[in-house]
Design a protein around this ligand. Structure first.
Ligand code: PMP
Length: 359
């Protein structure tokens, strides 16, 4: 018997573009109050979980699911008032970002703003696309004129816009989004609407009007199903058909499909939770308004940016108070900033107290 030989040396087949990027930067921190991933602080309602489990048990687990989750896509289409042939479902919208970059980024240019959601840039770099980022305006609004210039100059395969923006929570007028869709011509524009339920606005009607536009949505935030992993795209039939080709066959498990069917049949809980998060967001921002050294930035998502004199000190201080947030100084270059999720009212009380105690 030989023991496992230890493997040394780096395989040369790995593409340099993959080797050059760091792994997705995330370290789980075990503290009581988790405000670092913009999750819903509430679990999927227990009675719906039980129904979902029942439905999972009624499925044959030895058989593959629908090739492209067609039944589920049809139900999402009904919920969204969309054509079923314009819906693409995957295990998480992160997967769709990878696939969209494959679809329209490889050997072309990926255009986005800076700071932006890190997955767009990570995927662009790993897939060897050319990446161009335009700085956001000072007030976090979209640099529409600069983006229009870059759309002309670069002819990017895909432009990523996040509405509400992550990590700032800023929402731009739909008129600004429309201007970009016009300027992009036939090039793909992804409108990532992971947090739209918290913003009071959405881009669905615009996507209907532009065959190059696509809305990216997720069950991870307002629906409180981040652990399940499910996201979808709404697009015109041609864009959806081309994107669907890139989704691996049988990608959405029967477990995800069963749970989502139950969620879509009982969507009432979402609205209640969103209303609470929006009210809590207002309460937290108002409570921190007169802080002597920290600035809680206005937001229309389920998180906000907290600008502090020193991100490291503030992050450690909050951890000491049992609260984990996400550092933005390292991640996106927003000096002194932490991204803070909206939690339950009791968690938000603890946050307010801890931030008030920060010098
Ligand atoms: N887009 C944005 C802007 C996000 O913040 C996130 C989650 N962090 C995602 C997409 C991905 O969501 P998921 O993969 O959970 O659907």
């Amino acid at each position: 018997m030989t023991s496992n030989p230890s493997v040394t040396g780096a395989p040369v087949g790995v593409r340099p573009a993959v080797r050059a990027v760091p792994a997705y930067p995330f370290t789980p921190i075990q503290v009581p109050i988790k405000l670092d991933q913009n999750e819903n602080p509430y679990d999927f309602p227990a009675e719906l979980k039980a129904k979902a489990a029942e439905r999972m048990l009624a499925q044959p687990w030895n058989r593959y699911p629908d090739l492209h989750a067609d039944t589920l896509a049809a139900r999402i289409a009904k919920y969204e008032d969309w054509d079923a042939d314009g819906v693409v479902v995957t295990p998480g919208s992160n997967v769709l970002i990878k696939l969209l970059t494959e679809l329209a980024g490889i050997e072309q240019t990926v255009l986005t703003v800076d700071p932006t959601f890190s997955v767009y840039t990570l995927e662009a770099k790993m897939l060897g696309a050319r990446l161009v980022q335009v700085p956001l305006n000072e007030d976090f609004s979209m640099p529409v004129d600069r983006l229009k210039i870059e759309l002309q100059r670069q002819r990017p395969g895909v432009l990523y816009i996040t509405q509400p923006h992550a990590p700032t929570g800023h929402v731009d007028d739909l008129a600004a989004v429309r201007e970009l869709l016009e300027a992009a011509g036939e090039w793909v524009v992804v409108l990532d609407e992971a947090y739209y339920q918290y913003s009071g606005t959405d881009c669905r009607d615009l996507v209907r009007q532009y065959p190059n536009a696509l809305s990216l949505r997720t069950f991870s935030k307002a629906w409180g199903l981040a652990g399940l992993r499910a996201g979808y795209a709404l697009a015109g039939a041609d864009l959806a058909t081309q994107l669907q080709k890139l989704v691996p066959a049988f990608n959405v498990s029967i477990l995800i499909q069963s749970a989502l069917e139950v969620a879509l049949e009982n969507p009432g809980y979402v609205q209640e939770r969103v209303a609470e998060a929006v009210a809590e967001r207002g309460r937290v921002l108002a409570a921190l308004e007169d802080h002597p050294t920290c600035q809680a930035m206005p937001s229309r998502a389920n998180f906000f940016l907290l600008r502090t004199p020193d991100a490291e000190v503030a992050y450690r201080h909050l951890i000491d108070h049992g609260i984990v947030t996400r550092r933005q100084d390292r991640l996106t270059g927003l000096e002194g900033c932490l991204r803070v999720g909206i939690g339950t009212p009791a968690e938000n009380d603890a946050l307010i107290e801890a931030v008030r105690a920060l010098k």
